[in-house]
Every structure is written in structure tokens, then in C-alpha cells.
Design a protein around this ligand. Structure first.
Ligand SMILES: [Zn+2]
Length: 230
């Protein structure tokens, strides 16, 4: 769950790290209690998990972090350790059961933020201000139903099921699912006779404005069983 911190610096953080490290980075922002920085090499670059305190890091700290990423085996530089120590108040006290991953844009095949930005520009005149992230990975066993995405009005976050991060999933499918969730943010939830209605007539009308709406429905019909692991 997204707690009370500001994720607006996320795109800047991603860009800065990419520029400083000079290799592809898949960044995950966490709310971990123990591991503040976790670096794992990937095919062409690094998978980096950072505590959300780094959203507020200044240039000097980021430069130090980039050095640490590129020379993984060395001890973390002094500056970095001092930064973590001085931000200890941002670290959650009780581990509890809350979700540790807060935001992850980059998947193996799709970068959700890029797709979100494109949909936002094309269909919403860049007016949608909410977060987007891959959801937590769960073991996919044979299932009968699957939730491909969700929108939390409380946290203003769209979560996309990581089962969609596959090579055989066309981009318009992920884009269309993002569009659907953005509509939830855009329209909100109506209350009718005390019941909350999300998929109103107006919602369905707007949903059909997605350019590949028919293709999306057809694809889902044909391929859902693959996503379900059947
Ligand atoms: Zn919906």
C-alpha cells in the first residue's frame, strides 16, 4: 500500500539514475524495513530496489548511489550510509504484513509508466494524476479467474497484474487495460441506492473509445486461459 509519502519524484529519480549509471535500470521503490538498497545484475543492466527515502535524495547522494551500483562489491560509500542513517525516521517500525513493494514501472517487456503517459496524452489531455505499478508477483497455479488490474481510489494507484508482462501479450492489451483503470480514476465511483457502481453506462461508452477496444476483447477471450496457467 502506498503510505504517506510523495511519489512525484519517481520519474526524475529514474532518469537521473539512468544518466549516472549509464546502463539500463529496472527500478523498484520499496517500503522495506531492512534492505534500503538492493542491486542485482540483469541481462543488460541492473535491477535496483530502493527504499522510498531515495525519492528525496539530492544529486550528491544519487551520484554516490550510482558509483555503488556500478561497483557492486564494494562497501556502500560513506555518504550513502550517512544518508540512510539520517533518514531512519522514514523507515517503517513494525514490519507487519503490508506490501513491501510500492512502485515498479519497469517490467521485462513493458514499462508501465511509458504506456500510462501515452494513454494519458492521447485520451485524457494529460489530466490524469495517479500512480501505476506492477502488482506483487504471486505463484500462478491453475485458476478459474484472474484480476488483470485494479485501481485503488484511496491510494490513487493502478496495479497491473504481472502475468501480463509476457512476450506474447500485445502492447495494445496492456495499454487497453491501463486505459480501463484510468477511466476508474477519471470517473470515480457512483453511488446508486447505496451501492457503489463503477462500470456505469457512461463508463462503458468511454471504454469503447479505446482504439483497439474490439481487438482487446477478442484477445482476452482467446488468451485468458494462457494467463490463468491453463
Ligand atoms: Zn473496472
Amino acid at each position: 500500500m502506498v503510505r504517506n509519502f510523495d511519489l512525484r519524484g519517481l520519474s526524475d529519480l529514474e532518469k537521473s539514475l539512468l544518466r549516472l549509471v549509464k546502463r539500463p535500470i529496472s527500478l523498484t521503490i520499496t517500503d522495506n524495513t531492512h534492505s534500503m538498497i538492493h542491486i542485482r545484475p540483469s541481462n543488460s543492466g541492473y535491477n535496483v530496489r530502493l527504499h522510498h527515502m531515495f525519492l528525496k535524495a539530492d544529486r550528491e547522494v544519487l551520484r554516490s548511489l550510482a558509483c555503488f551500483i556500478n561497483g557492486r562489491n564494494k562497501k556502500a560509500p560513506r555518504l550513502l550510509r550517512d544518508f540512510v542513517a539520517s533518514n531512519h525516521n522514514k523507515i517503517r517500525k513494525a514490519p507487519g504484513k503490508s506490501r513491501k513493494t510500492v512502485i515498479r514501472h519497469q517490467g521485462r517487456y513493458f514499462n508501465l509508466k511509458e504506456l500510462f503517459d501515452r494513454v494519458n496524452q492521447k485520451y485524457f489531455a494529460n489530466k490524469i494524476a495517479c500512480h501505476i505499478s506492477w502488482g506483487a508477483k504471486r505463484l500462478v497455479r491453475k485458476q478459474n479467474s484472474i484480476k488483470l488490474a485494479s485501481y485503488s481510489d484511496r491510494n490513487k494507484i493502478i496495479r497491473i497484474n504481472p502475468v501480463l508482462d509476457r512476450g506474447y501479450v500485445p502492447e495494445y492489451v496492456v495499454t487497453g487495460i491501463i486505459y480501463h483503470e484510468m477511466l476508474h480514476h477519471y470517473l470515480g465511483v457512483e453511488s446508486r441506492n447505496g451501492r457503489e457502481v463503477a462500470h456505469t453506462k457512461r463508463f462503458r461508452q468511454l471504454e469503447e473509445r479505446f482504439r483497439y477496444y474490439a481487438d482487446l476483447q477478442a484477445w482476452k477471450e482467446k488468451n485468458l486461459h494462457r494467463l490463468l496457467g491453463r
